[in-house]
Write a protein that binds this ligand. Structure first.
Ligand SMILES: Cc1ncc(COP(=O)(O)O)c(C=O)c1O
Length: 363
């Protein structure tokens, strides 16, 4: 990064630089914490977004009961940072991974999503050989058609199997309504989310009637938290993006602030209406569209190449070579994963540099 960044104005940072506005982050974390408190439910925020132990600890201090991870390696990094309650909201499959999962459970409370009886057996065997207990949420496919057993009888059959296996603790159900989180129309998003969660709650009732424990019913993303959070029977939320936010969720109207930005610099001005920046695809992702520009009237992002951002002007003033520009990434989770650290700012002054310790943890 060159010169010591702490205490400097963020506009002086070498670029590209991933910035996190501390006050906005704090308000986002507080807002979600207040919401779950008002609903009498719990929050286990997804750390796949920020991949940063410092942010995870802020969420825990604000009342979160644990942290959700997408990958075992993320959970291992957070455990190294002292976090002791983790849900891996994903399938942990294969001999190496189930062995690591059992090892993690020797010093951390672990919950894992399971959608297959053979996988449950493999985790059970690994847990027994380490003398630990692994908590299980049976993952139900509530309409996203990614992982998960079908709702109803198939979920009941798997839950019965899990409950009978040594080394496993049947804790409940998980259903991620990913098909709904980005539906632009709120009424339609609400309808699809309620339909998804109705399947999860009906499955919960089936399990309860069969005498199985269902202590946890977990779901929700940032686009649906306030819908899923109203569904009677849902016990906890696992939204993640709300903390840092991104342009996609801003455009959807999620009531959180864009704390996350990427600072870049204009490196070339080849025409009055063209400016090229030093932040391209290796600094920001585009699977959810182009990043948004902050405070630059008349300019749009035409495209990103590996190391270049291509800006076009239809109005407003010209940009100068060397001038800093600020982007809001369209997708926070995958953009953060490209960077080593957050430059944490308050009133535009860098107050900390937080390592993104679980960056690249895809195993
Ligand atoms: C299993 C699971 N839970 C929750 C989320 C919610 O994340 P976000 O709040 O970033 O939409 C995701 C996002 O992909 C997910 O895969």
């Amino acid at each position: 990064m060159g010169a010591e960044p702490i205490g400097r104005n963020k506009w002086e940072l070498d670029t590209p630089a991933l910035c996190l506005d501390a006050a906005k982050l704090e308000r986002n974390i507080a807002r979600m914490a207040e919401y779950v408190l008002s609903r009498g439910i719990a929050l286990r925020p997804h750390a796949k977004t920020h991949k940063c132990p410092t942010v995870a600890w802020m969420q825990l201090r604000a009342g979160a009961i644990g942290i959700t991870c997408a990958k075992l390696s993320e959970a291992e990094v957070l455990a190294q940072a002292g976090i002791r309650d983790m849900l891996i909201a994903n399938q942990v499959v294969g001999p190496d991974k189930v062995t690591r999962l059992a090892a993690l459970a020797t010093y951390t409370r672990v919950l894992v999503a399971v959608d297959d009886a053979d996988n449950a057996e493999a985790i059970s065997t690994a847990a027994v050989s380490r003398g630990v207990t692994v908590g299980v949420l049976v993952e139900v496919d509530v309409g996203m058609h990614r992982c998960g057993v079908p709702a109803g009888e198939p979920a009941l059959a798997l839950a019965q199997r899990v409950a009978a296996l040594p080394g496993l603790r049947m804790e409940g159900l998980m259903g991620y309504e990913g098909q709904a989180v980005m539906i632009p129309d709120l009424a339609e998003r609400t309808r699809v989310t309620r339909e998804a969660m109705a399947q999860l709650i009906a499955t919960r009732d089936l399990l309860l009637n069969a005498g199985l424990p269902v202590n946890i019913v977990s779901g929700a993303g940032t686009g649906t938290y306030a819908i899923t959070g109203e569904v009677a029977g849902v016990t906890e939320l696992q939204a993640g993006s709300y903390a840092t936010m991104d342009a996609r969720y801003r455009d959807l109207g999620a009531p959180f602030e864009n704390a996350l930005t990427v600072l870049a610099r204009v490196v070339s001005v080849t025409a009055p209406d063209i400016a090229i920046t030093d932040a391209g695809l290796k600094a920001m992702t585009t699977e959810f569209g182009m990043p948004a520009l902050v405070g630059l009237e008349g300019w749009t992002v035409k495209g990103l190449a590996e190391e270049h951002g291509n800006l076009r002007r239809t109005g407003g003033r010209m940009l100068q070579r060397g001038e800093p520009v600020e982007f809001i990434p369209s997708h926070g989770c995958t953009t953060i994963n490209l960077h080593d650290a957050f430059y944490v700012t308050r009133n535009d002054v860098v107050e900390a540099v937080w390592p993104i310790a679980a960056r690249g943890c895809i195993r």
